[in-house]
Design a protein around this ligand. Structure first.
Ligand code: 13P
Ligand code: SF4
Length: 343
């Protein structure tokens, strides 16, 4: 039963003491979050991982986050992901072969005028690619500063793998939509809306399948019904949604906005279901709904559940380290260059 699993997980957690540290991303289920020593967004958790001295770190989040934690911890520390199927469909939209091929083609078109940036929602191999080509990582909470930095380095930037975060951030900085080209990694083709010379931003054609479920019609329906409901979305939503919402920002920004809001205020939030549900229960005096009435779960985040966490904990108690995430040294060294620029 669930109670039995909770009792087993709690006992194993207690036995492991300070040899273990558990990180929990805001999109995790409540049954998992209650075991987290700290909760945070992906940037906060990477930074916290780097400061830990525990022998074992269980990352309750997705694969790319555990890779980043492994890169930032010592080789003696083991980072574990309770379920190896907890990937990220967005990170999987840019593999290293496609990226190297795209880079060659783009260099052919634009010469040495591009700084690559990658959203942290990418594999360690992509972070390493960016690091060795003079670029940096970004998260949704520092995208504006990082895009500004990249465009201060060279004439253009390539933004991987989320076209929406890239586009929304570039719009915030006043770059016209026509000056943003889209690189299609499947057709290996650049989709242009202006002359080649005028391109400022090259967006990788990737997206988050969760945030794509928030549509302009959801905003329009709410606007018609309730003028006083604030619409707050994550910048992985499309430009069409972000541009008609009231506020857009990272996971941390969304939480901070609700925390700072007035009791009685009305909100519709466009982000992952577990976070929206947690905000609804943590702030009962605010009127909070999901922007999409059907709610939008991230299926891979949700693969980390109580049975998998209990299994990881009990195996560790028995001295077995299961589902360890390791990044090879060369990849880690190059990825660190990109991560350090951001941090
Ligand atoms: P944050 O960087 O806001 O934690 O978002 C991570 C993520 O996966 C969003 O979909
Ligand atoms: Fe990846 Fe989207 Fe899930 Fe975030 S919400 S982990 S970007 S699939």
């Amino acid at each position: 039963s669930t109670e039995e699993l909770h009792a087993r997980a709690a006992l194993a957690r207690k036995l492991l003491g300070n040899r273990l540290y558990i990180l929990g991303h805001h999109y995790q289920k409540d049954e998992v979050i209650r075991y987290a020593d700290v909760t945070g967004d992906s940037l906060q958790l990477s930074q916290i991982a780097g400061d830990q001295t525990a022998d074992f770190i269980i990352f309750c989040g997705v694969h790319f986050m555990a890779e980043t934690a492994d890169i930032l911890t010592t080789p003696e520390q083991a980072v574990l992901l309770p379920d190896m199927r907890a990937g990220c469909s967005m990170a999987d939209m840019a593999n290293i072969d496609q990226t190297e091929r795209a880079w060659l083609k783009l260099q052919g078109l634009f010469g040495d005028s591009i700084t690559p940036l990658t959203y942290v929602n990418s594999t360690a191999a992509i972070k390493a690619f960016v690091g060795r080509n003079g670029g940096a990582t970004v998260t949704s909470s520092n995208a504006v500063e990082m895009v500004q930095w990249a465009l201060g380095q060279k004439e253009r930037m390539l933004f991987l793998p989320d076209q929406h975060l890239g586009r929304n951030t570039a719009v915030k900085l006043g770059i016209p939509l026509e000056q943003m080209a889209v690189w299609d990694p499947i057709r290996q083709k650049l989709e242009l809306q202006c002359e080649l010379d005028d391109v400022k931003v090259i967006l990788w054609k990737g997206h988050c399948s969760v945030h794509m479920n928030f549509l302009p019609k959801h905003v329009e329906i709410l606007r018609e019904k309730e003028l006083d409901r604030n619409i707050l979305v994550h910048p992985e939503c499309t430009y069409e949604v972000v541009s008609i919402s009231d506020y857009a920002g990272s996971t941390k920004y969304i939480i901070d906005m609700i925390e700072a809001s007035e009791p009685g205020s009305k909100w519709a939030i466009g982000t992952e279901m577990n976070l929206v549900n947690r905000l609804i229960s943590d702030y009962p005096d605010r009127d909070i709904v999901s922007l999409n009435p059907y709610m939008c779960p991230c299926l891979t985040m949700n693969r980390i559940d109580l049975p998998h966490l209990t299994w990881s904990l009990e195996e560790l108690v028995e001295g077995r380290v299961i589902n360890r995430i390791t990044v090879d040294q060369k990849t880690a060294d190059e990825a660190v260059m990109a991560l350090k620029k951001m941090m």
